[in-house]
Design a protein around this ligand. Structure first.
Ligand SMILES: [Zn+2]
Length: 177
């Protein structure tokens, strides 16, 4: 990649290939960043060993690319931050976070736009793209998720009660395993 061909992703700030490829409807990513994310997801879908923390990958990416206020982006940012919270703070396994998202989605009418902090973490999707093996990948995803969650600290007080509430409602069935 030549320097002149690179632009900063307007979501995460990573230096990514310039271009006008496809982007997501409401996730606020530049086309180059969206394409790299697509490659990372492809690896997680193609090789189950890379998919252990798939939900954290999705959550961290969405929370690092909040976009602009709209009903969809408000819902997306809140859901993915709640999911990050249950994994990063409550210690839930990544795969259980998917159920959290499904459960809390029915409260979406109450969600509000959370003004994104000016910095959303140093790590970006490039750090996942550069992982060398499944263990390295999992470590990087976890660090990335932690960084993005910490970056959103100004809104932890809004997210934590939502995470605690949904964790309580799901605690029953979860214990039976
Ligand atoms: Zn980006």
């Amino acid at each position: 990649m030549h320097r002149t061909d690179a632009v900063r992703c307007y979501g995460c700030g990573a230096l990514v290939p310039a271009g006008d490829g496809p982007t997501h409807r409401y996730i606020g990513a530049s086309p180059g960043c969206w394409a790299i994310y697509g490659e990372v997801l492809a690896r997680e879908y193609d090789d189950i060993r890379y998919a252990r923390l798939h939900q954290v990958t999705v959550d961290a990416y969405a929370a690092q690319h909040p976009g602009v206020p709209s009903p969809q982006s408000i819902q997306s940012v809140t859901l993915h931050l709640v999911s990050l919270c249950v994994v990063m703070e409550l210690g839930w396994p990544g795969q259980d976070a998917t159920r959290v998202i499904q459960r809390i989605a029915n409260q979406k009418q109450a969600f509000i736009w959370l003004e994104p902090p000016s910095a959303l973490g140093e790590m970006t999707v490039w750090d996942l793209h550069a992982s060398s093996d499944p263990d390295d990948h999992a470590q990087r995803v976890r660090r990335w998720g932690h960084e993005v969650w910490q970056a959103w600290a100004p809104h932890h007080a809004t997210i934590r009660p939502l995470a605690d509430g949904v964790a309580r409602t799901l605690a029953g069935p979860r214990r039976r395993h």
